[in-house]
Ligand binder design. Structure first.
Ligand code: IYR
Length: 227
């Protein structure tokens, strides 16, 4: 059992995770790297169902993410209903069509060519689950008073990172989809004023025939600077 005490009137518990031997640490970090190297953003999903238990475990991982003042300024809206997925797809495709046919500047469209994306988003219906991650700009307490959240973008982004890693660890695939603008999601999901859609993660298994662009990550030398 962990020890507890009060510091300036606030409860603390002792942190008692044993350091693992360095050899083991090297091995674990390599294994995690090798697992993450296999992750890809997937746009072709199988209709194979995924149990709610797996989805709940993944969401629980996301909910462990660190956040400004531990406010957890996110909500995870989870959609399995076929009719609602269809409505989301139709609304997303309406916005994406306008984006791809004028809203996105030429440079952006050029940058997307290697990914061969377009306005059509069938995965919004084929993936068995959609997770719409919302950021919560403020909270409303029991007395109806607005309470601040902090580092909302950063915190929600970290939670999404945790979700993506958990989805991958569960042997499932996803895509960080950002239909733009996303206000249609607020309406369809009837989210309150203090919540704004942040991004959408379709979750499921990859289709039997699934192609991903042959793109590379930047080298470590390009992104890491040791001082
Ligand atoms: N939201 C659009 C466009 C898009 C934008 C970026 I930046 C990408 O990396 C991929 C797509 C879409 O989902 O197609």
């Amino acid at each position: 059992m962990s020890e507890s005490k009060f510091i300036n009137g606030y409860p603390f518990i002792s942190y008692k995770q044993k350091n693992i031997p360095e050899e083991q640490s090297i091995e674990n970090s390599k294994q995690f790297l090798n697992a993450m190297l296999k992750r890809r953003s997937i746009r072709h999903f199988s209709e194979m169902p995924v149990s709610e238990e797996i989805i709940r475990n993944i969401l629980s991982v996301g909910n462990t993410a660190p956040s400004g003042a531990n406010k957890q300024p996110w909500t995870f809206c989870v959609i399995q209903d076929a009719q609602l997925k269809k409505q989301i797809r139709q609304a997303a495709e309406r916005e994406e069509y306008v984006s791809y046919h004028g809203r996105m500047p030429a440079e952006w469209l050029e940058d997307l060519k290697p990914l061969q994306t377009d306005w059509q988003k069938p995965f919004l219906e084929t993936a068995p689950w959609l997770i719409v991650v919302c950021k919560k700009s403020y909270e409303i307490n029991a007395e109806g008073k607005k309470k601040n959240n902090y580092y909302i973008q950063e915190s929600t982004g970290i939670a999404v990172g945790f979700l993506i890693a958990a989805i991958h660890a569960a042997g499932l695939v996803t895509l960080t989809h950002t239909p733009s603008p996303m206000s249609f999601l607020s309406k369809l999901l009837k989210r309150p004023e203090n919540e704004k859609p942040f991004l959408l993660l379709p979750v499921g298994y990859a289709a039997d025939e699934c192609w991903v662009p042959d793109i590379k990550k930047k080298s470590m030398e390009e992104v890491c600077f040791f001082y």
